[in-house]
Design a protein around this ligand. Structure first.
Ligand code: PLP
Length: 434
């Protein structure tokens, strides 16, 4: 029995059977180094999904490893009951990077918790209960996370949280209003107001959205979208929550946070994934005024929130980003990646759309460019091909037909060229078989 077979047998026996595992034969990973990971059989892969956009400065980056090891030797755990130097230093650093007056942090361990804290804060601050999210969004796997999520397949077991309504997704490639940008006048943004007026009490606590939908397939709203929506949200008493779990930390290029591309100031931002290069850490940031509303409303504690080891890793990862993977670097390498993907689109009709920003690029696959029928078989084929050729990619989209390409932010143009070379061969095989 190979090591892979042994692991897969125990997986089947001892883990819940509903884990989603990539590839026909799932791929147990063993170790990583920079842009690469190795499986337990010793096969090497160029990682262009980065553990779901999480290893922001590459696998086992020495600065991150050393910072985490040093903190582990000193103090592994403190809980939020005791102030910790790392805690306040990271909060200070994030206040420097975040836009506007977003200055105060609440640390937790997952994106789900960060979104939960954001919605709770908005409800306490505004005194209203209802929340608007977007169709095709993803917000996590707690009851509220699933209720905020706009895809039935991710709402396991049904969700029962009232007061969350979903507006139309600004998904230009498959416009829900069957219109074309820019002649549409961004009519989908107006739907947020229609939803508030027809499906809520008329006063909302918040609008929560990802600047670029992650699980939704890197759907990127048109430039005017968030400006129009944020005005509507304000008009009906709500706060604007930008979920930066995937778009944070320079991922979209040029800016540290995705929403900054739309020139809109959120009231609350949530972040996780790339914040600590793989150590569990999340954060909900807001203004001092909004955070003040929580005082006297009840007790708040988090056992693992702001774990000192995760925070040491985060400070080190952000240090590396500032040195060699800042938003300017991501923009440059990202446009190189984008240009390469657009060349592939010219070559292969199965590529219906290429979208995204920076090092967050989606490739939507279709059986026919006219009908846009989702190419779910072809994407499965592409996955097996790229695996064989030594490249890891991600999958997403409401129809499960969008390739998500999101390497560590430290990726170079040479890394991108290597990935494009593999994608070219893989797409050729897939197209040939169609
Ligand atoms: C935009 C967004 N928000 C929230 C979450 C939930 O994060 P976590 O899986 O860390 O709970 C995710 C996870 O993919 C996400 O993509």
């Amino acid at each position: 029995m190979t090591k892979t077979q042994d692991i897969l047998e125990k997986q089947r026996k001892y883990l819940w059977p509903n884990h989603i595992l990539y590839y026909t034969e799932p791929l147990p990973l063993d170790h990583g180094d920079g842009m690469y990971v190795w499986d337990v059989e010793g096969n090497k892969y160029l990682d262009f999904f980065g553990g779901i956009l999480t290893t922001s400065v590459g696998h086992n980056r020495p600065e991150v490893v050393e910072a985490a090891q040093a903190q582990t030797a000193k103090l592994i755990h403190s809980s939020t009951l005791y102030p910790h130097e790392n805690h306040v230093n990271l909060a200070e650093k994030l206040a420097e990077l975040a836009p506007g007056d977003l200055r105060v942090s609440y640390f937790a361990t997952s994106g789900t918790e960060a979104d939960e804290a954001a919605v709770l804060l908005a409800k306490v601050y505004t005194g209203y209960q209802e929340v608007i999210a977007l169709r095709h969004a993803y917000s996590g796997r707690s009851a509220m996370g699933m209720a905020l999520t706009g895809q039935a397949s991710w709402r396991v077991g049904g969700t029962h949280i009232m007061g969350i309504k979903h507006a139309l997704n600004p998904y230009c490639y498959r416009c829900p209003l069957k219109m074309t940008y820019p002649e549409c006048d961004v009519a989908c943004a107006q739907d947020v107001e229609d939803v508030i007026k027809t499906m809520t009490s008329g006063r909302i606590a918040a609008f929560l959205a990802e600047p670029i939908q992650g699980v939704g397939g890197f759907v990127t709203p048109p430039p005017e979208y968030f400006d129009i929506v944020s005005e509507i949200v304000k008009l009906y008493g709500g706060l604007f929550i930008s979920d930066e779990v995937q778009t944070g930390f320079g991922r979209t290029g040029e800016k540290w946070f995705g929403i900054e591309h739309w020139d809109v100031q959120p009231d609350i931002m949530t972040m996780a994934k790339g914040i600590a290069n793989g150590f569990p850490l999340a954060n909900t940031m807001t203004t001092p005024e909004i955070a003040e509303s929580m005082v006297g409303k009840g007790l708040v504690i988090s056992t693992f929130g702001g774990n000192p080891v995760s925070i040491a890793a985060s400070l080190a990862a952000i240090g590396v980003m500032e040195q060699e993977a800042d938003p300017a670097h991501v923009a440059e390498v990202g446009s190189h990646l984008r240009a390469g993907l657009e060349r592939l689109q010219e070559k292969y009709p199965v590529i219906g759309d290429v979208r995204g920003m920076g090092l967050m690029q989606g490739v939507e696959m279709v059986n026919d460019r006219a009908t846009k029928e989702p190419a779910t078989g072809a994407i499965a084929h592409l996955f097996e091909q790229t695996r064989t050729l030594g490249l890891l990619i991600g999958k997403g989209g409401f129809y499960g037909n969008t390739v998500r390409i999101a390497p560590p932010l430290t990726a170079t143009k040479a890394d991108v060229d290597k990935a494009l070379e593999i994608l070219d061969i893989a797409f050729a095989h897939v197209q040939e078989a169609m």
